[in-house]
Design a protein around this ligand. Structure first.
Ligand SMILES: NC(=O)c1ccc[n+]([C@@H]2O[C@H](COP(=O)([O-])OP(=O)(O)OC[C@H]3O[C@@H](n4cnc5c(N)ncnc54)[C@H](OP(=O)(O)O)[C@@H]3O)[C@@H](O)[C@H]2O)c1
Length: 302
């Protein structure tokens, strides 16, 4: 069976490609710059093209039984009006191009985010049946998911993977947090009371393959660990695993000064539960934060 991956040259993609290859699938991955080919794991075949534009890559996408869409400009940059446009357009336009060539009977595994529910839902427990938020990222996620769901009209099965904060050893949020901890400057962001919906990269990959293989599953799925913690508990666990202090709080105003509007994402939180994955029988290998961090940071004490 052939898997076609768009957006596979970033942080999540190579892990997911490795998982599909290990399961015996043939994997073709879209690459927009030749220098990004090196990001692909051995065994994946590069296909050149731009996911935002039509091209010969769409024939390969059309002949694939499993299509994975991870395309999107990274959100960790200052949100100028032009950058916000890029965040939206890379997701909406790439998804439109991918959906336009989906084959009948294919499954589309489309990235989205728990940001769908809004940056801050306070103490509310959020599942896939909860309504959307109304901030910038929540609106982008809604539009992104609508584009993906149009695949159903082409006879495809569409799964929306609402990722929480993906924890991996070689990128994403965890990599960014390691330097301050190394310098002994780790600590909670703002009050630290906000919920921190995280997922181990290994469970993300296993859950994506699970959805690909379970032909009855479709619609939204929260990709978050059942053992959700508050941000200050996450930071404490990280300090324990690294054996570094985690006591220096970063005040909210400093975050706002440095990151502008993006700071709301660090200061708010969503208490998301992976209700539909659990109902479907998916078993998390890393449901709790401490063992997840132990696994991810093994051998990385300073
Ligand atoms: N990582 C997380 O914690 C997290 C959480 C929630 C949701 N998500 C979503 O999950 C998806 C994958 O996440 P990730 O962390 O792997 O993201 P990433 O490392 O930023 O990679 C994103 C991918 O999108 C491609 N891309 C970026 N800008 C593009 C553009 N202008 N035109 C075409 N392609 C472009 C990149 O291609 P190049 O390699 O060529 O730049 C890369 O393959 C993203 O859509 C992200 O929003 C991630």
């Amino acid at each position: 069976m052939r898997v076609f991956v768009a957006g596979g040259t970033g942080f999540v993609g190579p892990h997911l490609i490795r998982e599909f290859l290990a399961e015996g699938y043939e994997v073709k991955a879209l690459v927009r710059h030749p220098d990004r080919i090196a990001r692909l794991p051995e065994g994946a075949e590069p296909v050149s093209g731009d996911p935002l534009k039509p091209g010969p890559w769409q024939e390969i996408c059309a002949s694939s039984q499993i299509v994975v869409n991870l395309v999107g400009a990274n959100i960790f940059s200052r949100w100028t009006p032009a950058y916000k446009r890029l965040i939206r357009e890379t997701r909406v336009y790439a998804t439109r191009q991918i959906v336009s060539c989906l084959g009948k009977g294919a499954v589309l595994l489309n990235a989205s985010a728990v940001g769908f529910y809004g940056a801050d839902r306070g103490e509310e427990e959020v599942t896939e049946s909860s309504g959307p938020g109304n901030d910038f990222l929540a609106r982008v996620c809604q539009e992104w998911e609508r584009e993906a769901l149009a695949g159903e009209r082409r006879g495809a099965r569409v799964c929306l993977m609402r990722f929480g904060i993906v924890l991996g050893p070689d990128g994403g949020a965890l990599k960014k947090m390691l330097l301050p901890f190394k310098l002994g400057l780790g600590g909670p962001l703002g009050s630290g009371k906000q919920w921190f919906p995280w997922i181990h990269i290994k469970d993300l990959c296993r859950a994506a393959v699970f959805l690909a293989q379970k032909e009855t599953l479709a619609g939204p799925f929260n990709f978050v660990a059942p053992g959700i913690v508050r941000q200050k508990e996450f930071v404490k666990a990280l300090g324990r695993v690294l054996r570094r202090p985690a006591i220096l709080p970063v005040p909210a105003f400093v975050l706002r000064l440095v990151f502008g509007e993006l700071a709301d994402l660090f200061l708010g939180g969503v208490k998301a539960r992976p209700a539909r994955l659990l109902e479907a029988g998916f078993r998390f290998q890393f449901p709790e934060i401490e063992s997840a961090l132990e696994d991810l940071l093994r051998g990385r004490r300073f």
